[in-house]
Design a protein around this ligand. Sequence first.
Ligand code: CA
Ligand code: CA
Length: 322
Amino acid sequence: MRAFLAFALLATGCGDNSKACGEGTADRDNNGLCEPDEEPMVTCGPGTSLDVATNSCRPDPAICADGQELVNGACIAPVVEVDLVEGPEPNGFAPADVPAGLIPIEATATTLRGCLAPADGIADFDVYRIVVGGPTLLAITLTGLDGPAPGYLARDVDVAELPVGFERIGATLADVEATRELFLPAAGTYALGITDGRTLAGVARGVTIEPTDAGCYLAAITVRERPAPTPVAVPSTTLGELVGAVDEFVVEPAATVDLELVMTGPDSEAALVVYVDDELVDAANNRVQLTGLAADASVGVIVDTRYDLGLGPLAYRLAVNP
Ligand SMILES: [Ca+2]
Ligand SMILES: [Ca+2]
């Protein structure tokens, strides 16, 4: 009650100043300038400071983590220059949609930025195109700027050599930056659809999950040199681990080769990519049986996953039998 009385007296004491100053302001110290006609009523808490213009508490820029900036009251990563910016919506997987952009295939990273804006519980897929001249290993790093961690769903668009529909999902359920290798098994055009990790986990498991909130993302895409394949005998069993990557093998010559890939992690699905004399045979199944091979046939094997939602190393067992 005393505070109210003091302000009431102050207001009536302004007299003629009320004509010169706008509503809510007065020249209280007679310096010819208008100040707010009330003392600040607010005490700002930790991590905030008083914004004099609005007489309200605003987040203190010092509260933002390293590498972030305070923009409109929120800490976000600063906008960085990129090679490619997402094109206009709709740019999803629907046949009538226009690609969000064409990602050039280069040894140096191509960077791109886009934003995910799910509407009415439907995820926003931003689908870019990639054209490769042969089997290509990419490293894709995705960073959520101010929202959930994004991931990708890669599919074939026009790949003559692929015997069945090709699908690879790179995502985690944790909101972290992740780098994953994407092996494109043959020459042609592929679609790289970027959306939030929750939606991709749903796609991987064949269920619909409500997408996470809107947010923007950065992606860096680099062509990686393929490692020299590790020779394996027939029969043999190889135990290995994938960490967001693929492993390559070459099978010693044999008339029949029965390949089976088993992943130990529960949140994954095995996918073999198999070549005979550099010709693609399979890129979808975890068991591939080859018969009637020539004595000098070269069988190339890539250990991959259709999806791996885990964060850590993914243990696998590759069995090679006659
Ligand atoms: Ca978008
Ligand atoms: Ca989109």
